[in-house]
Design a protein around this ligand. Structure first.
Ligand code: GAR
Length: 220
């Protein structure tokens, strides 16, 4: 079973989606450790409730980003983490950190990247007036929300949408595509060819999720 290290900064609804998918038997993975860079993150409460080990590592307690990331790496290595999942972790990780987990750090982002990378993606989508947005799970590289795309889900943007209503519509799909992407890693089906990710044996070409969901069949 693939050992996960989940990094969070806030509410932790994506963390909860991973936990729920594991509990439901859809996702064959174990969460070895959760790390929060924010001592007030609601994700910490979720860990307490679920009996998951959670460590708080605050940037302000370290003299440099390098030292902060060293501590993150140390914990993740100590716990034998095989895949690092950024689930609402609001920090950019350096190449030096990523070298410790080559092509094994993934992130969920609430837009169809490369559109609206960075902060406030949903608000910017509403303000720009795009007619579709969505969410992306991608492999993390040194860019901000710009690494190789594993899977994307598309949602419509409505004339009356607010950043909140769009966020809610997108979040429903985040909670599906993130556990699904992890399951593909756990099955060893994620292959990187240049900057293109191919999920072996996956069904490509359907809407709203490409490649299609497998572990949530009713959402296909
Ligand atoms: C999610 O919408 C996630 O996609 C976004 O933060 C939110 C975290 O929610 N991440 C980013 O914007 C990363 N650039 P959660 O804490 O409830 O999972």
């Amino acid at each position: 079973m693939i050992r996960l290290g989940v990094l969070v900064s806030g509410r932790g609804s994506n963390l909860q989606a991973i936990v729920d998918a594991i509990k439901a038997g859809r996702l064959k993975a174990q969460i070895s450790v959760v790390i929060s860079d924010n001592p007030n993150a609601y994700a910490i409460k979720r860990c307490e409730k679920e009996g998951i080990e959670c460590k708080v590592v605050e940037r302000k307690d370290f003299s440099s980003r390098k030292e902060f990331e060293k501590e993150l790496s140390r914990i993740l290595k100590e716990k034998g983490v095989e895949l690092v999942v950024l689930a609402g972790f609001m920090r950019v990780l350096s190449g030096e950190f990523l070298k410790n987990f080559p092509d094994r750090v993934i992130n969920i982002h609430p837009s169809l990247i490369p559109a609206f990378q960075g902060l406030d993606a949903q608000r910017r989508a509403v303000e720009f007036g795009v007619k579709f947005s969505g969410c992306t799970v991608h492999i993390v590289d040194e860019s901000v929300d710009g690494g190789p795309v594993i899977v994307q889900a598309v949602v419509p943007v409505l004339p009356q949408d607010t950043p909140e209503s769009l966020s809610e519509r997108i979040l429903k799909w985040e909670h599906k595509i993130l556990p699904q992407a992890i399951q593909w890693f756990s099955e060893g089906r994620v292959k990187l060819e240049g900057r293109k990710v191919i999920v072996e044996g996956a069904r490509y070409g359907e809407l709203p999720v490409n490649p299609a969901l497998e572990i949530f069949p009713c959402f296909r």
